[in-house]
Design a protein around this ligand. Structure first.
Ligand code: AP5
Ligand code: MG
Length: 215
């Protein structure tokens, strides 16, 4: 199965993708995570992407589509893919069709997380992740069970993203509205879009996604 999780910054794409990975052994393909890894490693892609990401703008279509192709090639052909934060432009949507077709894959679902933008700044500014395993948390909505210790791997180190500040979030939302939301009709025309209330509590969102992919 190949699914796209679509929604603005802070909608819950990464959180729900991690849950699908745990439940179904699918692979999360997050271009944001891939780019952050490239920035950290100081690769040529990372050097190009760093300032763009700090401004909250979009990295070039060619770079992210290449990253997605490489990642798919590293997965077994049977493993399901969850596209998180990709595609984000009409050009990327077109590339994804080709990337999947040449690998004998097809898109099964596009799941749109429908959220109230006003709530997203709080979600994003309260977000932190485990520095070791990447498990996501939130100051208010999802604290580690034992304070200061990661539920998943026991690490005591956490980190916050440099682009998770109120100003950059506004640019990221504007980019979403201008370039990403307009790709929905491409998938609506194929009859594969489902809408989920992303303002529901975390387990409710997960249950709604489960109903879609099992139905
Ligand atoms: P990316 O990493 O993709 O960031 P984003 O799209 O801005 O989305 P986020 O990761 O901020 O949000 P999310 O939906 O994953 O929310 P999360 O689950 O963490 O991209 C970063 C940058 O990289 C871009 O700005 C761009 O520069 C570049 N880039 C990446 N992909 C690109 C592409 N394809 N093309 C070009 N450039 C690209 O949830 C947020 C918080 O809320 C968490 O703390 C979570 O615990 C909490 N939360 C989630 N759901 C709920 C809920 N239902 N109730 C309460 N709290 C919740
Ligand atoms: Mg994310």
């Amino acid at each position: 199965m190949n699914i796209i999780l679509l929604g603005p910054p802070g909608a819950g794409k990464g959180t729900q993708a991690q849950r699908l990975v745990e439940r179904h052994g699918m692979r999360q393909l997050s271009t944001g995570d891939m780019l952050r890894a490239a920035v950290k490693a100081g690769t040529p892609v990372g050097l190009q992407a760093k300032a763009v990401m700090e401004r909250g703008e979009l990295v070039s279509d060619a770079i992210v589509s290449a990253l997605i192709g490489e990642e798919l090639d590293q997965m077994g052909p049977q493993a399901g893919a969850i596209f998180d934060g990709y595609p984000r432009t009409a050009a990327q949507a077109e590339s994804l069709d080709e990337i999947l077709a040449v690998r004998g894959r097809k898109l099964d679902h596009v799941i749109e997380l429908d959220v109230d933008e006003d709530a997203l700044v709080e979600r994003i500014t309260g977000r932190f992740t485990c520095a070791n395993c990447g498990k996501g948390y939130h100051d208010t909505f999802e604290q580690p069970r034992e304070p200061g210790v990661c539920d998943k791997c026991g690490s005591r180190e956490f980190k916050r993203r440099p682009d998770d500040n109120a100003e950059t979030v506004r640019t990221r939302m504007a980019e979403y509205r201008a370039k990403t939301a307009p790709i929905l009709p491409i998938y609506e025309a194929r009859g594969i879009v489902s809408r989920v209330n992303g303002m529901a509590e975390l387990d409710g969102v997960t249950a709604a996604i489960e109903r879609i992919i099992s139905g």
